[in-house]
Write a protein that binds this ligand. Structure first.
Ligand SMILES: Nc1ncnc2c1ncn2[C@@H]1O[C@H](COP(=O)(O)OP(=O)(O)OP(=O)(O)O)[C@@H](O)[C@H]1O
Length: 258
């Protein structure tokens, strides 16, 4: 039996010391997803709180996207419990903009295209540095710009949970670095829980409070990233964590080679 139940959309932004922990955005208990004979996800327990930035790593085919799709409500569980914040947004590897709608209309897709929607879209586009493209058509944007529009669309919903499925994978290296900075900035400003699926170990360490490695249907490794921000790839502690994660991923030690 799987239970898909919403969590309350309570939204404290900052947590003074000694205060209650931020609200739970995701709570999975014994989550199971089976395709054919294979249990791709088998007994996943996971709690994410608002304000937490968590990266999900794992070898190809270990169920990262499946987990994210279940959290997004795009797939179902075959067993266990799934409790997810109601206000959630997803950004995929490709921007998925509607070509026949202008940029600002894409940001507030699903809203009536009135003055309030226009204002909301304008504010979200300003946050991602694309105000001047509000009236443009998606086909006139670069890949990085289109992905920033997708990010603005995700944020315009003020999500308690932001799901990111390899959102930087298709971008060139320079644009990817800029996007890392932008996402970190937007996360600090809005403080949703973020779950980032990525294959890039450095990206996970640069951005996250916590890194989870999925393998063999379960959580094989789950660690806090206790490094001051902004993080430097050249730091020794960064290298140590990179080596550890690569070992967990079965790639062997790369310390000193990154
Ligand atoms: N709808 C489906 N029907 C059947 N099998 C599926 C379905 N969706 C996913 N799978 C299988 O489940 C496994 C996990 O897929 P998933 O895309 O979640 O992995 P992943 O860890 O995100 O992989 P990658 O890193 O390559 O993107 C794969 O073996 C995939 O073929």
């Amino acid at each position: 039996m799987s239970l898909h139940s919403p969590l309350s959309p309570a939204t404290p932004r900052l947590v003074p010391s000694g205060a209650a922990p931020p609200p739970v955005a995701v709570e999975l208990g014994g989550l199971r997803r089976v395709f054919g004979e294979r249990a791709v996800l088998d007994g996943i327990d996971l709690t994410l709180r608002r304000g937490e930035f968590v990266s999900l790593l794992g070898p190809s085919g270990t169920g990262k996207t499946t987990l994210l799709r279940i959290l997004a409500g795009l797939d179902r569980a075959d067993g266990g419990t799934v409790r997810v914040a109601e206000a959630r947004s997803v950004v995929f590897q490709e921007p998925r903009l509607v070509p026949a709608k202008r940029v600002w209309q894409n940001v507030v897709i699903g809203h009536r295209p009135n003055a309030e929607a226009r204002r909301l879209a304008g504010a979200a586009l300003e946050e991602v540095g694309l105000s001047r493209h509000a009236d443009a058509w998606p086909k006139t944007l670069s890949g990085g710009e289109a992905q920033r529009v997708a990010l603005a669309r995700a944020l315009a919903r003020e999500p308690s949970l932001l799901l990111l499925d390899e959102p930087f994978a298709a971008l060139d290296a320079l644009t990817r670095i800029r996007m890392h900075d932008l996402v970190a900035q937007l996360w600090r400003r809005h403080l949703p829980a973020v779950l980032l699926v990525t294959h890039d170990v450095d990206e996970a360490i640069l951005l996250s409070d916590r890194v989870i490695v999925l393998s063999g249907g379960g959580i094989a490794f789950d660690t806090a990233v206790d490094l001051p921000r902004p993080r430097q790839r050249s730091d020794r502690a960064f290298g140590v964590l990179r080596a550890r994660l690569l070992a967990e991923l079965g790639v062997g030690s790369a310390e000193g080679h990154g």
